[in-house]
Design a protein around this ligand. Structure first.
Ligand SMILES: Nc1ncnc2c1ncn2[C@@H]1O[C@H](COP(=O)(O)OP(=O)(O)O)[C@@H](O)[C@H]1O
Ligand SMILES: [Mg+2]
Length: 274
């Protein structure tokens, strides 16, 4: 779309008012675009590297916006309409913030097809979620501990046989998944699920039964608002509890501001001000 038209008919959401109007969800805040070369290649590392303080501060503020009003939320899933909305980046960053704050935290890579969280933290996991569910590995064999943050990762390995089987057998509705989740609940204070896009596959809807709180992720001005609305409605239809929506990759300061309607000044007041 040409730039002037895009200003008149924006594709995506960019203000808290857009969020509330299009989704009915509370607006949780925004995560800015990474500003430094290092944080652009690994934005979730900002919370440990301190090379992009604005990004690190935004992740910490978002963590507070999710957990302070709902301290009992133990299992949190990040979800979005489409690929590239920022789910994995935010899952890894928020899980790191939890772990750094002293909470026993595990991040579960539930995106069986892309496995981006696994790649971000532990390049080639030999065993993971599917090996545990199928009895080929114990949970302790599959968990990977990040030494610096003390974040545990339950990765997904690239065992294509297990991945295909999991996909066709809807592994997230298998009773063994429910058993695993209850073990994770006993061992950890915070459990994060990184999920695949809602509009691409049914997995997230199947996961919903295990989740205390969903956080919906949308890319600032980019994710088409119709896609956001459809995905939010899908999630609402599972009766999943939804904490709200966060915008990602916003220009610094832009989306953090609530929508302000600037009315033209009344002639009388304008005169008095002059
Ligand atoms: N705040 C950010 N600033 C800059 N780049 C970002 C930011 N968040 C995500 N990205 C980049 O956008 C791309 C998609 O993000 P990702 O978290 O993998 O999305 P998803 O999991 O929804 O597919 C990645 O290349 C990631 O590095
Ligand atoms: Mg992802």
């Amino acid at each position: 779309m040409a730039a002037p038209l895009q200003r008149l008919f924006p594709r995506g959401l960019s203000t808290s008012r857009d969020v509330e109007r299009w989704t009915g969800l509370p607006y949780l805040g925004s995560i800015p675009r990474a500003e430094t070369a290092a944080s652009q290649s690994h934005p979730s590392a900002a919370v440990v590297e301190y090379d992009d303080p604005a990004l690190a501060a935004a992740f910490r503020t978002m963590h507070a916006a999710i957990f302070e009003p709902r301290p009992a939320a133990q299992i949190v899933a990040l979800s979005s309409a489409l690929p590239k909305d920022g789910k994995t980046t935010c899952s890894v960053a928020l899980a790191r913030v939890s772990a750094l704050s002293g909470k026993r935290t595990v991040l579960v890579d539930c995106d069986l097809r892309r496995r981006s969280a696994s790649a971000e933290l532990n390049n080639r996991p030999a065993a993971g979620l599917l090996e545990v569910i199928s009895g080929q590995a114990t949970l302790d064999q599959a968990l990977y501990l990040d030494g610096f943050t003390r974040l545990s990762l339950l990765p997904t390995s690239n065992n294509m046989y297990l991945v295909r089987k999991a996909v066709v057998q809807d592994v997230f509705s298998d009773p063994r998944m429910a058993e695993l989740v209850s073990v994770l609940e006993r061992r950890f204070d915070h459990v994060f699920f990184d999920t695949p896009p809602l509009l691409a596959v049914a997995d997230t809807r199947l996961l919903a039964r295990h989740v205390d709180t969903f956080v919906f992720v949308t890319r600032w001005k980019k994710t088409p608002r119709e896609a956001v609305k459809t995905a939010v409605d899908l999630l609402k239809s599972t009766r999943a509890p939804l904490a709200g929506l966060m915008l990602t990759q916003a220009p610094p300061g832009a989306a953090a501001k609530p929508h302000v309607v600037t009315a033209p000044p009344l002639p009388m007041l304008a005169g008095r001000r002059a």
